[in-house]
Structure formats: structure tokens, C-alpha cells
Design a protein around this ligand. Structure first.
Ligand SMILES: N[C@@H](CCC(=O)N[C@@H](CS)C(=O)NCC(=O)O)C(=O)O
Length: 211
């Protein structure tokens, strides 16, 4: 299995966490977004979307991180990403999609770059923009976490779909110095995941292409 990715890409980071939680070996092929390698003819021949990550399973070329995570969970039964209980599974997927779609989309790098180039946004405006979407998504998540009987130290007992997408967004939030004080439960989850080896090995700073 080969993962084409970029160290700081939050969607690549998601898939690295998922691969590590399943204890799978994979080759990592860096694609330098800053040098525009994702727009090269050679890369677009394998991924016409021109984005990372791309998970090449040998049989399949999966171009969406959420599809890759779903494929991994269906293909490898160890360390399941969703709890068995239907109500907890629904909550887990709710939180997962809130972070992976509603929060990821407005704060993704191409959007921030466009805000700068087309609308003249400076650093302060970009930071305010990101904080606005983080708080909009994290506030209801924090409330729902508070109203839930956790299955252990983590809400769903073991690392789930939710933590797989949450940790990369928290990395970005920290990078942009977003105020996370109002979210103690989310911070507690962050602290726990940060001690777990599959998350540590997936961290951007430990990748071979980190600069
Ligand atoms: N929906 C895609 C989004 C992938 C995505 O946005 N990747 C970013 C890096 S995090 C990218 O490749 N950006 C380069 C670009 O769009 O030019 C997924 O989840 O895999």
C-alpha cells in the first residue's frame, strides 16, 4: 500500500492515523504542495483531482481521505473506527462529519490562499476566519460530549472516526494559535490521543518530508 501525501496536509494526516491505528505497513510518497507537485502531469495522471492524499491499495486508487478511512475500516477488522452500539455509532459519525466537512472545508489551505489572493485578507483576517469556523463547530461538539456517557477515557472507548479527523484540525488550530480554552473536553481528548503511538507516528513533524 502506498500513501501519497504532504506532511502538513490535514487530510493526509487523517489517513496516516487510520493506517497506523490498523497497524498497517505502507510506503509514503511525499507530494510537495508548496512546489506545486500536485499539479504536475505525472501526479494528475494518477490523481486527476490534483489533491493529496491518494491511497494506492494496489487494486484501487482512492482520492478522498474519507473514502480511504472507510475502505480501511471495512477491509481490516482490527481496531474498528466506529462503536457497535447504534446510538454511539450515530454520535461518532455526527461528530466525524462535523469536523471532516463543516470545519475542514472553510479552513482548508486552498480556501485560505484564495482569501489572501482574491480578497486581500492579511494574517489577522485569516486567523479570525479560522477561529470563527473552529468555534462554530467545536461549541456544539463540546456540548454533546458533555451530555454523553463516555465509554472510557475517550468518548467511544478507543480511537474512532472522530479522533482521526479531530487531531489534524487541532494541529492546525494550535498552529494558528486559536483559543481552545472554551473546549476542555476536546482538549482532554487531544491530550490522550497525543500519548498514543499511532497518532505520534502520524504527526506532521515526524514525517520524512517535514521541513
Ligand atoms: N476532500 C479531499 C480534500 C483533499 C484536500 O483538500 N487536500 C489538500 C491538502 S489538505 C490539497 O491537496 N490541496 C491542494 C490544492 O487543492 O491545490 C479529501 O478529503 O481527501
Amino acid at each position: 500500500m502506498k500513501l501519497h501525501g504532504y506532511w502538513r496536509s490535514s487530510t493526509s494526516y487523517r489517513v496516516r492515523i487510520a493506517l497506523n491505528l490498523k497497524s498497517l505497513d505502507y510506503d509514503y510518497a511525499p507530494v510537495n504542495l508548496l512546489k506545486g507537485e500536485h499539479r504536475s502531469e505525472a501526479y494528475q495522471a494518477v490523481n486527476p483531482h490534483g489533491t493529496v492524499p491518494l491511497l494506492d491499495t494496489g487494486d484501487l486508487q482512492i482520492t478522498q481521505s474519507l473514502t480511504a478511512i472507510d475502505w480501511l475500516d471495512r477491509t481490516y477488522s482490527q481496531a474498528p473506527f466506529v462503536p457497535d452500539d447504534p446510538a454511539m455509532a450515530a454520535l461518532c459519525r455526527d461528530l466525524y462529519f462535523a469536523v471532516a466537512t463543516e470545519l475542514h472545508a472553510p479552513n482548508n489551505m486552498p480556501v485560505l490562499t484564495y482569501l489572501r489572493s482574491e480578497f486581500g485578507a492579511d494574517d489577522a483576517a485569516v486567523i479570525a476566519w479560522q477561529e470563527r469556523w473552529i468555534h462554530k463547530t467545536f461549541t456544539p461538539i463540546e456540548q454533546r460530549l458533555e451530555a454523553t456517557d463516555w465509554m472510557g477515557d475517550l468518548p467511544f472507548g478507543t480511537p474512532s472516526l472522530f479522533e482521526i479527523v479531530l487531531m489534524p484540525r487541532l494541529y492546525n488550530a494550535r498552529r494558528w494559535k486559536t483559543n481552545l480554552e472554551p473546549f476542555p473536553l476536546i482538549r482532554r481528548i487531544e491530550t490522550i490521543c497525543a500519548t498514543l503511538e499511532p497518532f505520534q507516528r502520524a504527526h506532521p513533524d515526524t514525517q520524512i518530508d517535514a521541513t
